[in-house]
Structure formats: structure tokens, C-alpha cells
Write a protein that binds this ligand. Structure first.
Ligand code: PRX
Length: 662
């Protein structure tokens, strides 16, 4: 980390620019650059006032707030004194407005079963389930773990907790019993909501069995509610275990939403730190709800007729913010899919888009790289003309993958929003507004209104703080630490049970501002480029290089599907560049290896030319699809120990990579 203070050298050249299509911009809420700039400037001039006005317009208040922001770094309280309820804002607000018969959730199960829930029906189910929770003794402030497949019941469980002020902790249904127990214990959860099993690539994944193992080590959990999804035989503990359908049969439909303090905790979501114990990121009610609603409307340019599909699982923050709370607060029709993208075949996503006439599609670069590998013939078999906007999140997208997405999925007519944000930020922080901002492949473009980023280096500001700074500032800023200088409503309110760690991780290395843990640069048009995690930087002959830039150069070669670049200790250069590459269709060979080295050399220069290239069938990834460069670094250095692998998706990848060593 001592090396991480300096500036980063950018070697990437990207000059393609895609202005918003005129027809798209005409229909957009924010349809010109000037409109965006006006909004951003207005927000920056008076952040609390800007958000307070939106909060009054966008949320239902049982009691109005008296103070927009109380900021006592690093503790933020937004909309102090107010009372609201996220479940009310997602459901009742639409019923009150006479929009109860509109579609809320269009769901497709992996085996092909489908269900559609209107807002009125979703409201009914949520009220019943909230009464179920109350009936089992769940009280305001209690923590409830949710370990479920992507079914409407997962959203219902989240919204039912929110309705009564219970704090949900959704655990992605691929985690082990150990991981569930750790999370139950850290949060002192009183209940786990699960299913008998989940469908995954045609097989039943035994969720209840995993929960049973976890509950042997989760002393605080008193009850377990089980959804019958797959009709699997399960072990049963009378008194502790209850079937979802049995409890729902008896439950009343009458359950008014509890008025909750603005700062009442809404959820905890565990995310892995770079090492060690998972962090329970805490989000609260009003600020989070407002932030995800507004960012949803801005970034996805929401229109009434849209069918919005965010492919993320609710086990991740993307699912919380842009499957559940953002779109439902905005009254959108949300598509939810239960299963794998390649079941029963690799065209499943395109089939879904065609069948349900999806208009806005939001997915992750890891998925896009898989689609590229599977070939463009598959999407071409389908009518994707309903799409009008595409989005990505989770990692940087390499410019060539962006171009493929634009051409093959977007038919060269759909803008792409590359959205940069984090579990900690609650919602999208930087992204193009698709009707107003011309996009550049690989750039997350501009900060959203109310978000004030600053890149710093050597712990000092590269550009002085300018209280009167304006949107569209075109000062170029070299690569350094990305920080956020002002609190925003969706920001995390801490790490569950560990205030000290919260302060230390996010607020001490760059005093006075939020440290995101990513590197970024700003170009001469004022556009931001994320350069990877601070810890992943390579230092080659005294030049600090970004992982993303080297990877993007490799992915621009037609043979390459995915690439991961890491530093390996080298006596001469400090670090040598080691890359791991998966190929689209070509076979690995020495000639290809030479060709790729040459390719990087011509694309971005001799400095970044890889010293080692290893071909592999797959890269180690987290369960949410991010490449785990930390593990690759150890492999490249020939180290045995690979640190914490609890979030690794597929252990066999590591073994294969080791046996592939040159
Ligand atoms: O490194 C950045 C990367 O993902 C991190 C946040 O991960 P997580 O908390 O799991 O949230 C993912 C969903 C919001 C960031 O610190 N990241 C996310 N989006 C982008 C990105 N890197 C580059 N470009 C993005 N658009």
C-alpha cells in the first residue's frame, strides 16, 4: 500500500464518442448536456437543500423532517426527524395514486414458469408476509437473514421486513453454511427465510440443507421460514421450521406500514473486504430510498412503458437497489429471472428479452464477456428491437466488450450506461445520463447530480477544492485515488457493529473525504475512467500502471475473451506484467502468445507488454463475477498461500491454474 500514494500513468487511448441519439434525447427527462450541468451545479451549490427538495417530492412522509443533513464526519444523518417507510414508498404510494393495477414484477423461473404481479398484488403479499413475521415475534430493529432463490418471494420478504422495520440481511444463495452462520452471528439474526431448494442449471440446489448446517452454529436464530420452490424433501425441526405457504394461508392482508425514523436501519449487506472478515455494510431508510429512486430515474431515463431488467441477484447490492427499491419506488415494471444465463441454452437471456419485450437491460461485464465467448449468432437469432437502453455495473468494461455490446445487443441504437458505484455507496455515483451525455467506451463518464468526486494523489489534492466548481470542468487529472468529498443520501452509515473499522477503512487515509478504494483519472473532457482497485496497481520500472488498461488492450485482440493482469516480483523492473487470458475460439499456442505481446506493445506501448502470458479456460472470480486478481498475483509469484478464498466462486479454477503453470 505504501506505493499506492503516487500518480498512475495512463497508457490508454480511446477517442470514440457516441452522442445520445436525437430521438432518444428528445424523449428523455434530462435530454441535454446543459440540463445535466444545471442540475449538477444546483446540487453542488447547496447539497442538503437539493436533496431535501427531492425528498419532499419523492418520498411519503408520515412526519416531515426538520433538518436535511446533520454531518458529523464520518456519521451522516439525512432528513432528521422525519418518518417514512421504504415498503410504503415502493407499494402503497402507487396504490394511493391509482396505479395499483400496473405491473410490478414479471418473473420467469428457470424451468420456464412465469408469474406477473401487479403493484396491488405485490402489496397484498407483502402485507400478509409482514403479518407472518410479526406472528413469529419479529420486531422493529430485529435482523432477519434471507437466503433464497430469485423468486418474487425474495422481494416480498425484503419488503415485508422493511414494512415493519425489521432489518434484512440478504445472503446470496450460493454461499456456504459457514458463511451463513458467520453472517447470522455477526448480525445476531433472529430468523432465516429460505427455500427447500433453488433451480440452477436444471438441478436443485439444496438451500434448506445448507441452512440446517448453518443453524447448528447460529444460536440467535429462533425461526426458519421455508418456501416450497422445488418440492424437495427436507429435514424439519418442529417449532423452528415453518412452511411459507402454511403461514401465508392464515395471515391477514391488513398491515399498515410502520412509520420509521429516516435513519432506521433498512438492511445490512455483507461484502468481502480485501482480506479477512466480511463487512456488514449498513444502509438506512430515507436517504437510501431517495437515492436509489432518483438515480434509477436519471440513469435509466425511466419511462412508464419500460420493462426494466437488471440481471443481478438480490444477494448483491445491485439487486437491492435496481431490482427492488429503486425501480419499485419509481413504479416501474421489473423483470426478475431465477436462473442461469446458459440454461437450457446459451441464448436464454435473448429469449427472455424477446418474450417479455424488455426495453432496458442492465448486466455485468462478466456476463457480457461470456456472451462474446458464446458468439454473436445467438443474440442474432432473436428479435431484440424492444431494447432502447443498455447498462453495465460491477467492473470496468473493456472498450472492445463495450463495442460488442453496443453493436450486437444494442443494434448500434441503444446508449450504454457504464455505472460506477459500490455496495457502500448504495446507488449509482457516476454514469452517463443517456439522453444528455455522449458516451465513451470504457468510461463511466460523469458524476450524477449531488455527487462530488475528487481524485487525489500522495494523500494530497491534485486539484484544489473549489467550492464553486461547475459541472463539465475540463481540467485533466492524472490517475490517483478516487474520493467523494461530500456526503450523499445513499452512503453507508457504517459497518455493522464496528464503527472503528468504518472510520479506518473509508475515512482515515484521505482525511475529510470518503475513500472509495478505486483508482481513477479524469480526461480533458472531464470524463472519469476507473482504473481498478487501489491494491491491484502494477509498478513496472517505476511506472504505476492500471490493471484495466492492460486488460483492455488484450481484449481488443479478436482471439481474447477475458484477461486479467497482475504484477509479479521482478528483480530488474520491480514488477513484471503477468497476464492470464481466456480465448474465444482459438487454441493456445506460442505464436499467439507472441502475437498478444506484440499487440499490447502496439496498442499501449512497450512498458505494458506482458512478460508472462498464461492461457486458461476460466479465471477465478467472486460469486458476483469479479476477477480475483489477488489470487492470480499469488499464482504468478509462485506462492502457495492464496489468502482468503471464501468468496471464490469455483475452487477448481485455482487448481487448474496451478497445474497450468509454465
Ligand atoms: O472496483 C469498483 C468495481 O466494483 C467495486 C464495487 O463492488 P461492489 O461493492 O460489489 O458493488 C458492485 C455493484 C455496484 C468498485 O469499487 N466497479 C463497480 N462498477 C464499476 C466498477 N469498476 C469500474 N467500472 C464500473 N462501472
Amino acid at each position: 500500500m505504501s506505493q499506492s500514494h503516487g500518480q498512475l500513468d495512463s497508457v490508454m487511448h480511446e477517442s470514440r464518442l457516441f452522442p445520445p441519439p436525437a430521438e432518444f434525447a428528445t424523449k428523455s427527462q434530462i435530454g441535454t448536456l446543459e440540463q445535466y450541468q444545471e442540475l449538477w451545479n444546483r446540487a453542488a451549490a447547496d447539497l442538503p437543500g437539493f436533496w431535501a427538495e427531492l425528498a419532499r417530492e419523492e418520498l411519503h412522509w408520515f412526519e416531515p423532517f426538520t433538518e436535511a443533513l446533520r454531518w458529523n464526519e464520518p456519521v451522516a444523518e439525512w432528513f432528521v426527524g422525519g418518518k417514512t417507510n421504504a415498503s410504503y414508498n415502493c407499494l402503497d404510494a402507487h396504490l394511493d395514486a391509482g396505479r395499483g393495477e400496473r405491473t410490478a414484477i414479471i418473473w420467469e423461473g428457470e424451468p420456464g414458469d412465469t408469474r406477473t404481479l401487479t403493484y396491488a398484488e405485490l402489496h397484498r403479499q407483502v402485507c400478509k408476509f409482514a403479518n407472518v413475521l410479526k406472528g413469529l415475534g419479529v420486531q422493529q430493529g430485529d435482523r432477519v437473514s434471507i437466503y433464497m432463490p430469485m423468486t418474487p418471494e425474495l422481494a416480498i420478504a425484503m419488503l415485508a421486513c422493511a414494512r415493519i422495520g425489521a432489518v434484512h440481511s440478504v445472503i446470496f444463495a450460493g454461499f456456504s453454511a459457514e458463511a451463513i452462520a458467520d453472517r447470522n452471528n455477526d448480525a445476531e439474526a433472529v430468523m432465516v427465510i429460505t427455500a427447500d431448494a433453488a433451480w440452477r442449471r436444471g438441478r436443485a440446489l439444496p438451500l434448506k440443507q445448507t441452512v440446517d448446517d448453518a443453524l447448528k452454529k447460529s444460536p440467535t436464530v429462533k425461526h426458519c421460514i421455508v418456501l416450497d420452490r422445488v418440492n424437495e424433501a427436507v429435514h424439519w425441526e418442529p417449532g423452528r421450521d415453518h412452511w411459507w405457504h402454511d403461514l401465508m394461508r392464515e395471515a391477514s392482508e391488513d398491515c399498515p406500514a410502520t412509520p420509521l425514523d429516516s435513519e432506521a436501519p433498512l438492511f445490512i449487506l455483507y461484502t468481502s473486504g480485501s482480506t479477512g472478515k466480511p463487512k456488514g455494510i449498513k444502509h438506512t431508510t430515507a436517504g437510501y430510498n431517495l437515492f436509489v429512486k432518483k438515480t434509477f430515474q436519471w440513469v435509466f431515463d425511466h419511462r412508464d412503458e419500460d420493462v426494466f431488467w437488471c440481471t443481478a441477484d438480490c444477494g448483491w447490492v445491485t439487486g437491492h437497489s435496481y431490482v427492488v427499491y429503486g425501480p419499485l419506488s419509481a413504479g416501474a415494471a421489473v423483470l426478475m429471472y431465477e436462473g442461469a444465463p446458459n440454461h437450457p441454452a446459451q441464448n436464454r437471456f435473448w429469449e427472455i428479452i424477446e418474450r417479455h419485450k424488455v426495453s432496458v437491460f442492465y448486466t455485468a461485464p462478466t456476463a457480457i464477456r461470456a456472451f462474446i465467448k458464446w458468439g454473436e449468432d445467438l443474440p442474432k437469432m432473436h428479435d431484440l428491437s424492444s431494447l432502447r437502453l443498455l447498462g453495465t455495473v460491477g467492473e470496468g468494461i473493456n472498450p472492445e466488450a463495450w463495442m460488442w455490446y453496443h453493436r450486437v445487443i444494442g443494434g448500434e441504437r441503444c446508449p450504454i450506461v457504464d455505472t460506477w458505484w459500490q455496495t457502500e455507496t448504495g446507488g449509482i455515483m457516476m454514469s452517463p445520463l443517456p439522453g444528455a451525455i455522449a458516451t465513451k467506451p470504457g468510461s463511466c463518464c460523469v458524476p450524477l447530480p449531488g455527487v462530488v468526486p475528487k481524485i487525489i494523489s500522495s494523500g494530497a489534492d491534485l486539484v484544489a477544492d473549489d467550492p464553486k466548481q461547475q459541472a463539465g470542468d475540463k481540467t485533466e487529472v492524472p490517475g490517483g485515488w478516487l474520493t467523494i468529498t461530500q456526503p450523499w443520501p445513499g452512503m453507508l452509515r457504517g459497518i455493522w457493529g464496528d464503527d472503528e473499522r468504518y472510520r479506518e477503512v473509508y475515512w482515515t487515509k484521505a482525511p475529510g473525504r470518503y475513500l472509495a478504494g478505486d483508482n481513477a483519472r479524469r480526461d480533458a473532457d472531464g470524463y472519469y475512467w476507473i482504473m481498478g482497485r487501489i491494491d491491484d496497481v502494477l509498478n513496472v520500472s517505476g511506472h504505476r500502471l492500471s490493471t484495466i488498461e492492460i486488460e483492455s488492450a488484450l481484449v481488443s485482440h479478436p482471439a481474447v475473451a477475458e484477461a486479467a493482469a497482475v504484477g509479479r516480483p521482478d528483480e530488474l523492473k520491480g514488477e513484471a506484467v503477468a497476464v492470464f487470458v481466456t480465448l474465444r475460439n482459438s487454441a493456445p499456442s506460442d505464436e499467439l502468445r507472441q502475437e498478444l505481446k506484440q499487440h499490447v506493445r502496439t496498442q499501449i506501448g512497450a512498458l505494458a507488454q506482458p512478460d508472462d502470458i498464461r492461457f486458461t479456460n476460466s479465471l477465478p472470480k467472486t460469486r458476483s463475477g469479479k476477477i480475483m486478481r489477488r489470487l492470480l498475483k499469488d499464482i504468478a509469484a509462485g506462492k502457495e498461500s492464496v489468502g482468503d478464498t471464501s468468496t471464490l466462486e469455483d475452487y477448481t479454477v485455482l487448481a487448474t491454474l496451478r497445474s497450468d503453470e509454465e
